[in-house]
Each structure stands twice: as structure tokens, then as C-alpha cells.
Ligand binder design. Structure first.
Ligand code: UD1
Ligand code: CA
Length: 455
């Protein structure tokens, strides 16, 4: 029986006080809805239907590549109405799993038993016991412990409100039956809505088995309504990711002070100091060491690399055994071979740096190709931009560039060349020769400093 996942995402999220629809609020660097979509994918769903409404096309537009069937709920008439909007795209012989777009941490292992129960022809609910169940729908059981119905807080009697077992909203059911129940919903209740939860009473009336499973942790079924809850889940997720990294063999100086807003694939014996932030997809080879206050986005660091404090790395591909920083900046297209050393206050953009080359201090290297064993002196700048176009600088193997050199691109420095300090190089420099491009030093003999006039 094919699994169809229906994700409810039409809520306004008024309490976020944001121009962004709630399901687009970022958690660990990705929209809430992206987390839930990832779950559907992980369950091997045949199709994922997302019911959206508030914020209009902003929600589908945020996922241009997702394999999703977008279903517009033009009027927000309740959770039952929302699921009903997706049903025309779902055949009777499928099973439907309902997820919420604002419940991002739900685990696949929690959802699988629900899907299995639905495949066995049951209606399966996910419940959780809360110390304070206020605001939630309660799962009402009979004297024998059988689920009878779900009652919303606003419709509940005092006795029902005392029930601590609440409905998380997540449920799974055979599609054909669900379609029939949804057709039978009424909105005669305290909120004037078509409640999805009323399908439970209808299923019981048909003599169908209703199974209410328990969520193993509260965190994974927590919905997000305001920014404080968002921050709370961010902390939960941060802890979870830190624990996973440690399990994978990474040493963290402090698991509470690492932020992974995306994915980190780390080898063995990696060390990460405090306040490291990772975004996108980051690969760290064996024995990589990351210093404090380092930011890395969408980059790969080869084995044995050492990243010194306060270094920023974006879109870089770094070979094994490199040393980066402190205070170095790598921008997209920075490609370092093995054993490269890039030191403080150096910016590298769209450039390839060959094995064992060094750019140790205060330099800008943009749109350059640097060979093997090159030494780029302090204060070297590739002048890659003429105000209209970008040009390349090519530096051969074993070149020595003296300090405070401006390399005016397009320009080639031949292999083995030496560039005298303070040069402005605007023509190609031949290999294996010394090229100096600066005005000759003069001494003015007997020159006197001006003196201040009296008065
Ligand atoms: C719902 C459940 C309640 C449960 C609680 C868990 C119903 C009637 N009640 O209550 O039993 O304890 O969730 O958080 O289902 N949505 C739509 N379209 C709509 C209405 C809602 O897409 O017309 C979406 C929302 O964006 C949200 C989800 O459905 O993701 C739940 O809606 P919400 O209004 O938060 O439901 P509750 O009243 O909290
Ligand atoms: Ca809610």
C-alpha cells in the first residue's frame, strides 16, 4: 500500500510576528517545512502533499526543487478540511500519514509503527502525556482503556480536561476510510471548524480499531508557535547534532557551543573548539582541528587540516594538511592543494593555490592560479578588477613574491621568478629572474625638515 504523506502547513503563525509564513521560519538553517519534508522522504513516501494557505505562493516558491504536490487551502476551515483538500490526489488503497509543518523534530522511528498500523487497517494516532495538557486535544478512553474519541480543549468537559494524554495531531489511516470520515465531518463545535480529530469518533462508531501510540519524547512532537519555542527546538536540535558528532568520533570542546545549521560529515579524531558555526554541507577529514570562533559553510577540509581561531571559510575545497588562519577568510572558489599555509588577514577568492605554497599575512588573492612552493609575501594584492571586468593572475612554481606587491591582472609570473618588495607588476615577469617595479631610492643630501613659523 503506497504511503501518501499529507503535511499541514496552512497556519498563519500569528505569534511569530513575522512577514515570513511560519513553516518557512528557519530551524538549524533550514525552513521548518524542510525538516518535515525530509522525514517524508526518509519514510519512502510515494507522494508528499503539502497543504498551504497563508503566505500564498511563498511556501511553494521556497521549495522549487522539492518533489511535492502543493495543495492550496484557500480558506482555513480546520485541520479536517485541510486534509480533505489533499484527498483527491490520493487513491483509496493507499495509507495516509498526516504530519504538521510546524512539528519539525518528529523521528522516522516514531512514525513507522503508525504507518504499519494503518497498513493493517487501523486508525493510528500519536499521543503524548504532558504535565500541563492545556490547549491540546485530549485522547478520551473508555473504562477498558480503548480510545473513544478526541476532544478539543474548547469542547471538553472538566473531567476530560483533566486527561493528561494529548493528541499530537499526527495520525495515519487507510485512505479510503479516511476519505469517508472526512466527508462526514461537521463544524458544529466551539471553534466552528472541521476537526480532523473527529475522525476518531467516526472510526470507533464503525467498529474500527483505533490505536494511540505514545511519542517517546516530548521534544519531537512539539509544535512551534512563537520564537521562544523556535529557540527551544534549536537548542534541542543542537544537542542532538552534537551528540551524533561525538558518536561519530568527533571531540567537541563543549557540546553546547557548536552550531550546525546543515550537515557536518566528519572523519575520525576531529576536534572542534567552542563557538564553531557550520552551515550547508561541510566535510571534515580525519584529524581536522577547528579552532574557536570559526565559521564554515559548504566547504571541504582534507585530513589533518588545522583551522586557527576566527577563520571564515565559504565554498572552499581544501586539501590535506593545510593550516588556515587565524583571521583568514576563504570565499567561494578557493581551492587549496595539500600543505598550503594561509595566515592572518588573508582573503582568498576563486583561486587555486598549489601544494606547499604560503600566503602568510595581509594579502588579497582573487582570480589567481598559484603553483607549487610559492611564497607570497605580506601585503601582496592581486588587482583583479579594473572597475568593469575581472582578470586572472597566474604565478608559476617556486615563485617568491616580495612584500607589498601589487599584481595588476591580467599578469603572469614565470616559474622561479622573484618579485622585489613594493613592486607594482603590470607586465608579465619572466621565469627565474628578479623583477623589480618600483621607483629607485634616492637620498637628498643636506635636506632640512621644515620648522614651525613663530606667531
Ligand atoms: C490541533 C488538534 C489538537 C492537537 C494539536 C496539537 C485538531 C482539531 N486539533 O489543534 O487535537 O492537540 O493540534 O498541536 O486537529 N492547519 C491547516 N489548516 C487549517 C487548520 C490548521 O493547515 O485549516 C494546520 C496548522 O498550520 C498546523 C496544524 O494544522 O500546522 C494544526 O493546526 P492548529 O490550529 O495549530 O491546531 P490546534 O488547534 O492547535
Ligand atoms: Ca497548534
Amino acid at each position: 500500500m503506497a504511503l501518501h504523506v499529507v503535511i499541514l502547513a496552512a497556519g498563519q503563525g500569528t505569534r511569530m510576528k513575522s512577514a515570513l509564513p511560519k513553516v518557512l521560519q528557519p530551524l538549524a538553517g533550514r525552513p521548518l517545512l524542510a525538516h518535515v519534508l525530509g522525514r517524508a522522504l526518509g519514510l519512502g513516501a510515494h507522494a508528499t502533499h503539502v497543504v498551504y494557505g497563508h503566505g500564498g505562493d511563498a511556501v511553494p516558491q521556497a521549495f522549487p526543487e522539492a518533489d511535492v504536490r502543493w495543495v492550496l487551502q484557500a480558506e482555513r476551515l480546520g485541520t479536517g478540511h485541510a486534509v480533505a483538500q489533499a484527498m483527491p490526489g490520493i487513491p483509496d488503497d493507499a495509507v495516509v500519514l498526516v504530519l504538521y509543518g510546524d512539528v519539525p523534530l518528529i523521528e522516522a522511528s516514531t512514525l513507522k509503527p503508525l504507518v504499519t498500523a494503518a497498513r493493517e487497517g487501523k486508525l493510528a494516532l500519536l499521543g503524548v502525556k504532558l504535565d500541563d495538557p492545556t490547549g491540546y486535544g485530549r485522547i478520551v478512553r473508555d473504562a477498558g482503556g480503548k480510545v473513544v474519541r478526541i476532544v478539543e480543549e474548547k469542547d471538553a468537559s472538566a473531567a476530560e480536561r483533566a486527561v493528561a494524554e494529548v493528541n499530537t495531531g499526527i495520525m495515519a489511516a487507510p485512505a479510503g476510510r479516511l476519505r469517508a470520515w472526512l466527508g462526514g465531518l461537521s463544524n458544529r463545535n466551539a471553534q466552528g471548524e472541521y476537526y480532523l480529530t473527529d475522525v476518531v469518533g467516526l472510526a470507533v462508531a464503525e467498529g474500527m480499531t483505533v490505536e494511540a501510540l505514545q511519542a517517546p519524547t516530548v521534544a519531537e512532537v512539539l509544535g512551534i508557535n512563537d520564537r521562544a519555542q523556535l529557540a527551544g527546538l534549536e537548542t534541542t536540535l543542537r544537542r542532538r547534532i552534537a551528540a551524533d558528532l561525538m558518536t561519530a568520533g568527533v571531540t567537541l570542546a563543549d557540546p553546547a557551543r557548536i552550531d550546525v545549521r546543515g550537515r557536518v560529515d566528519a572523519g575520525r579524531d576531529v576536534f572542534i573548539d567552542i563557538n564553531a558555526v557550520f552551515e550547508g554541507v561541510v566535510e571534515l577529514g580525519d584529524n581536522v582541528s577547528i579552532g574557536p570562533n570559526v565559521f564554515i559553510r559548504d566547504s571541504r577540509l582534507g585530513p589533518g587540516c588545522v583551522v586557527q581561531p576566527n577563520t571564515v571559510i565559504e565554498g572552499a575545497d581544501v586539501g590535506p594538511g593545510c593550516e588556515l588562519g587565524p583571521f583568514a577568510r576563504f570565499r567561494p572558489g578557493a581551492e587549496l592543494a595539500d600543505g598550503v599555509r594561509v595566515g592572518n588577514f588573508v582573503e582568498i577568492k576563486n583561486s587555486r593555490i598549489g601544494p606547499a605554497s604560503k600566503v602568510n599575512h595581509l594579502s588579497y588573492i582573487g582570480d589567481a592560479e598559484i603553483g607549487t612552493r610559492v611564497n607570497v609575501g605580506a601585503g601582496t594584492i592581486t588587482c583583479n578588477y579594473d572597475g568593469a571586468n575581472k582578470h586572472r593572475t597566474v604565478i608559476g612554481d617556486d615563485v617568491f613574491v616580495g612584500s607589498n606587491t601589487a599584481l595588476v591582472a591580467p599578469v603572469n609570473i614565470g616559474a622561479g621568478a622573484t618579485i622585489g618588495a613594493g613592486s607594482t607588476v603590470s607586465k608579465d615577469a619572466p621565469p627565474a629572474e628578479l623583477t623589480v617595479a618600483r621607483s629607485k631610492q634616492v637620498t637628498v643630501r643636506g635636506w632640512k625638515r621644515p620648522v614651525k613659523k613663530p606667531g
